[in-house]
Design a binder for this molecule. Structure first.
Ligand SMILES: [Zn+2]
Length: 215
């Protein structure tokens, strides 16, 4: 597996890898090995996180990964669920009858464009589909940013490490990560194999031994 570069070249390489990547290998193969993903720039990571979340949850059509990518803007001006709500509110709305027929409260905003992005499974949970997908991708990007922002400092303190902190109480795979201490290249950047929750809402915190150089 070649290391993926950053910028436009990185995106092109990522696209190429995913095109030739057999679906049956799944999302937790070499492609998304942490040591490789940490060499990507933010744009490449955004796309990979969006793609993983869309594919893993199956609530949005694959063509919607660009929407999730767009919502993963680095300027966190609003909550991910507010972004999704604003998107459903934007543009031509479904009729009252269409909303009722799809289990949506007629008073709830839901654009035709947003509804067209749902898979069959997503239509069963129209108010959760965008939100859960974006939250999953956002947590992945948060973990990436936590490492990128602190990596230089940790390199100066070799006894330092990252600690996983899991907020989810229902997912055995995510819960197994809680308290796990690893170097950057070994963190669970993408949700772990066997993850049964939707958002995989665990984070990684840098733990720096500031005093290690002091005798
Ligand atoms: Zn999980």
């Amino acid at each position: 597996m070649a290391v993926v570069a950053g910028g436009k070249e990185g995106l092109a390489q990522l696209e190429e890898c995913l095109l030739i990547w057999p679906v049956e290998i799944g999302w937790h193969s070499l492609m998304f090995e942490t040591s490789i993903a940490l060499k990507w720039d933010y744009e490449t990571m955004r796309l990979a996180a969006a793609r993983e979340a869309v594919a893993a949850l199956g609530l949005l059509l694959p063509s919607t990964e660009g929407r999730i990518y767009h919502f993963l803007d680095k300027r966190l001006t609003d909550h991910p669920t507010a972004r999704c709500r604003a998107w459903r509110k934007h543009g031509e709305q479904m009729t009252m009858e269409q909303k009722k027929a799809n289990g949506i409260n007629p008073r709830t905003f839901y654009s035709r464009a947003a509804f067209a992005e749902l898979t069959e499974a997503g239509r069963g949970r129209p108010l959760a589909a965008h939100d859960m997908t974006l939250l999953r991708a956002q947590f992945t990007v948060f973990r990436y940013s936590a490492v990128i922002d602190s990596r230089q400092v940790l390199e100066a303190y070799p006894n330092s490490f990252y600690e996983h902190e899991t907020l989810n109480s229902e997912c055995p795979a995510c819960n197994r990560l809680d308290g796990l201490q690893t170097p950057a290249d070994a963190i669970a950047l993408f949700p772990p194999a066997g993850c049964i929750c939707e958002t995989a809402n665990y984070r990684v915190k840098p733990q720096i031994d500031w005093l290690e150089d002091i005798d």
